[in-house]
Design a protein around this ligand. Structure first.
Ligand SMILES: [Fe+2]
Ligand SMILES: [Fe+2]
Length: 388
């Protein structure tokens, strides 16, 4: 059986890795394509904030899922210190004693191959398959191949493929700046955002697409309006506009669920509800939305809490919580008597705007013959300074 061995830190695995793997798979038709993430790569330490080996294995399973006969190996697990290819090949030889091993590597690695730990052992066990870069000079690679063949009896295959010019460190840098989804498989990107590995922050266009899938179509204009308003309020009041955007985009993702569905979500996330809340999907959607946002989109504490309190409000809210609560109330699609007063106040005295809006919300609920939520009553008293 022919086994291709593709090792690397895969931190994270990007589209360039996957394209290379597919091409190699077509050219060499291996019976087994083994992706081997390093526990710790020999040439570099993993950057702080990098996910664990298990996490990178999970990302590789997603990134390489279209490669025929692929398996992601955990053979480097538990290895202390540097993770050498020779150790990996020794371990694999234990599992596959009589099979053909083809070791896949890039130009830089190939040209410095004789500096590798136990390179002669590697050459005795594996053929080398080299993926050249776009700007490589073929003669240099051919000269190195020829020398390794002559001096060490190496088997070398120079592949015609040119890999995509992508590098994991550039992907990591872009992820921190709300970019990088174009360099990653969709599922890999979603998983990274979910865990916020690499300090990743979601691209807002991506987040909108995901969040809007949770909404009934008629609610999209409201959420878009809420985002714009929240960003304007954040800029005005010195809060982070991108956090405000994240919270606003996600604030109603629990909204379309029925009471029963909301209760199931509460059970899944261990959300405990009081008597009022159990009867009201209106309030529950803020809690379930916050839990879903944190679980699927990795929202931080501040953003999660702003979603959590966007419906009832509460005393002593953070600026982000106030902004999301008010943006939900005054975004341009809202039309109710008094909204213009609150819109004006929101940019003059945000606490006064909250007091006014919370008071109107209580009146509205009472006029419908319903008992208001205790958190809203407490919030109204707080912002109207009635608690003293
Ligand atoms: Fe809502
Ligand atoms: Fe809303």
């Amino acid at each position: 059986m022919r086994i291709v061995l593709y090792g690397g830190s895969f931190n994270p695995p990007h589209l360039g890795h996957a394209a290379a793997a597919r091409t190699v798979s077509e050219l060499l038709r291996p019976d087994l394509f083994l992706v081997v993430p390093d526990a710790t790569p020999p040439h570099k330490e993993l950057e702080e904030g990098s996910p664990s080996l298990d996490a990178r294995i999970a990302l590789c399973r997603l990134a390489f899922r279209d490669v025929p006969n692929v398996q992601v190996s955990d053979v480097t697990r538990g290895r202390k210190g540097r993770c050498y290819s020779a150790d990996t090949v020794t371990a694999l030889r234990g599992r596959y004693p009589d099979d053909e091993l083809v070791f896949l590597l890039g130009t830089d690695m190939f040209l410095s191959f004789e500096e590798w730990y136990r390179f002669e052992y590697l050459l005795s066990q594996c053929a080398l398959a080299v993926l050249p870069r776009e700007d490589d000079e073929r003669p240099a690679l051919e000269a190195q191949a020829e020398r390794l063949r002559r001096e060490h009896g190496a088997k070398v295959i120079l592949l015609p493929h040119e890999p995509l010019p992508m590098h994991s460190h550039i992907v990591r840098d872009r992820l921190r700046r709300r970019l990088g989804s174009d360099m990653l498989d969709e599922q890999v990107y979603a998983e990274i955002i979910r865990h916020r590995w690499y300090d990743a922050k979601p691209e807002l266009s991506w987040l909108r697409e995901k969040a809007y899938a949770y909404l009934k179509p008629k609610r999209i204009a409201h959420v878009a309006g809420c985002e714009n308003e929240a960003v304007m309020l954040a800029v005005y009041w010195g809060e982070d506009p991108e956090k405000a955007a994240e919270a606003a985009i996600l604030h109603d993702i629990g909204k379309k669920f029925s009471l029963e569905e909301n209760l199931q979500i509460c059970e899944k996330y261990g959300i405990i509800n009081d008597h009022d809340e159990l009867a009201s999907p209106q309030v529950l959607h803020a809690k379930t939305g916050a839990a879903i946002a944190r679980d699927l989109f990795g929202t931080d504490e501040e953003v999660t809490e702003a979603i959590r309190w966007h419906c009832t409000g509460k005393p002593d809210m953070t600026m982000l919580e106030k902004i999301v609560w008010l943006a939900d109330c005054i975004e341009p699609n809202r039309d109710f008597p008094g909204v213009e007063t609150i819109r004006k106040l929101a940019y003059e005295d945000i606490d006064a705007a909250l007091a006014k809006a919370l008071g109107m919300s209580l009146d509205f609920i009472r006029a419908k013959g319903r008992e208001p939520y205790s958190d809203t009553v407490k919030a109204y008293r707080w912002y109207s300074r009635l608690e003293d």
